[in-house]
Design a protein around this ligand. Structure first.
Ligand code: FAD
Length: 390
């Protein structure tokens, strides 16, 4: 029986089947993917075959158009594998890069990118961040200049997850660099799909502290000619598209973080119960018991926050404040939990090869990616100050 007002027995059945499936699809391979720095194409195809890459996508492209909570369950289970790299890679592909294509509902883009992405035959990446423009998109310098029936793209994108293996990139570009009164800041942006194999696309992998299987790369577009029908939506509507989709991105990050925390707490539980000390086990000492109690309580509260934000989103609202709260709270809690887990596992947790160390490295990524905590605080704080709660 389900113990959540948001989840039905069907969701729980789905959870059990995803859990079993990811235990064979991801867990045995993930160490090797971490070493290789990417999720291989064979794994993407398996994930596509299982239907995991199209849970939220429409049936017109082979997706199963499930409710959002099916995806929340999937993301929690993805987090529960304990590997942040594949979790990030799959989230970016299935819920971030391809989400823009699903919303666009464009037959050309569906055929070329979204349908093959749902099948796991083509891997997607999302390229927004630049060396000179991170949290502040107004500094974005990558340009797409119209030339007949093509755009010519020039610029550099940094921290592109899946960059190493992606077959296509959803890229934020500046299509209207200037107005009479000066630079257009965050407006004048558009989203273009760029095939990774086009002449002028250069990919350079970067080493990161965590999420090592996510294929993070710097991508250079050096005069890349992109057919104009690869534009997503209308020209200059990129900022609006980004602002809408960022809410889902934050929700996805939060749901995956919940699963990561479940894994972390379970690893810690097993360690404390198994580690003998002072005539019993560490699990019998009051200090770890109280620490676990606090963290488990916070995790339970975080789950309610995330599920409530998902429920609001499912009602057709765009709950920007709740999505930001969910992302902020879960990803920061995940860092605290990972740190406590490492500490309470002593030297075993401090070994570089330990799961505790990997979980801690991975947790740090999530408070920066998809919007740093400080930006989330800014959004939440300003929204609260604007609105009376009474
Ligand atoms: C592991 C990882 C994966 C990523 N994957 C992708 C990807 O696939 N595609 C992509 O496009 N990008 C990706 N990013 C980039 C990510 O979106 C940016 O890191 C993020 O937007 C912040 O930009 P920045 O790193 O340039 O930080 P900056 O904008 O330089 O900011 C630096 C720091 O300043 C503080 N700060 C910034 N703005 C504010 C503010 N308004 N108020 C208060 N403090 C502030 C924050 O502490 C922030 O961390 C990824 C990042 C990481 C770490």
């Amino acid at each position: 029986m389900t113990r959540s007002v948001y989840l039905t027995p069907r969701h729980e059945e789905f959870r059990a089947s995803v859990h079993a499936s990811l235990a064979t699809l991801i867990v045995p391979e993930a160490e090797a993917w971490e070493r290789d720095g990417a999720v291989p194409h064979s794994a993407w195809r398996m994930l596509g075959k299982e239907g995991y890459l199209g849970l939220l996508h429409p049936e017109r492209v082979g997706g199963s158009a499930q409710d959002l909570f099916t995806s929340v369950v999937f993301l929690e289970e993805l987090g529960r594998t304990g590997f942040g790299g594949p979790r990030a890679a799959i989230s970016v592909h299935a819920y971030m890069a391809t989400h823009y294509l699903a919303v666009a509902d464009d037959p050309v883009l569906d055929r070329a990118y979204l349908a093959p992405a749902v099948r796991g035959e083509r891997v997607g990446a999302l390229a927004i961040t630049e060396p000179g423009a991170g949290a502040d998109l107004s500094g974005m310098a990558t340009t797409a200049e119209r030339d007949g029936d093509h755009y010519v793209v020039r610029g550099v994108k940094s921290m592109v997850s899946n960059g190493l293996t992606a077959d296509f990139h959803v890229v934020a570009v500046r299509t209207s660099p200037h107005t009479a009164s000066g630079p257009r800041g965050a407006t004048g942006l558009s989203l273009l799909v760029i095939d990774a194999g086009l002449p002028g696309v250069g990919v350079e992998p970067v080493r990161t502290l965590g999420w090592r299987a996510a294929g993070t790369s710097t991508v250079t577009y050096d005069g890349v000619r992109v057919a104009a029908d690869r534009l997503i939506g209308r020209p200059d509507s990129g900022f609006y598209q980004l602002m809408r989709s960022l809410q889902l991105e934050r929700l996805v990050a939060a749901a995956a973080a919940l699963g990561g925390m479940d894994r972390c707490l379970e690893d810690l539980r097993q360690f404390l119960n198994g580690r003998r000390a002072f005539g019993g086990t560490l699990a019998q000492l009051q200090a770890p018991v109280h620490r676990i109690a606090d963290l488990a309580t916070e995790l339970a509260a975080a789950r309610q926050l995330v599920h409530h934000a998902a429920w609001l989103y499912e009602q057709g609202e765009l709950p920007a404040t709740e999505c930001s709260m969910a992302k902020l709270h879960t990803t920061e809690l995940a860092c605290r939990l990972a740190d406590a887990s490492l500490q309470l596992q002593g030297s075993a947790g401090y070994l570089e090869s330990s799961a505790a160390a990997r979980i801690q490295r991975d947790a740090r990524a999530a408070t920066i990616a998809a919007g740093p905590s400080e930006v989330m605080r800014d959004l939440v704080g300003r929204a609260v100050l604007r609105t009376s709660a009474l």
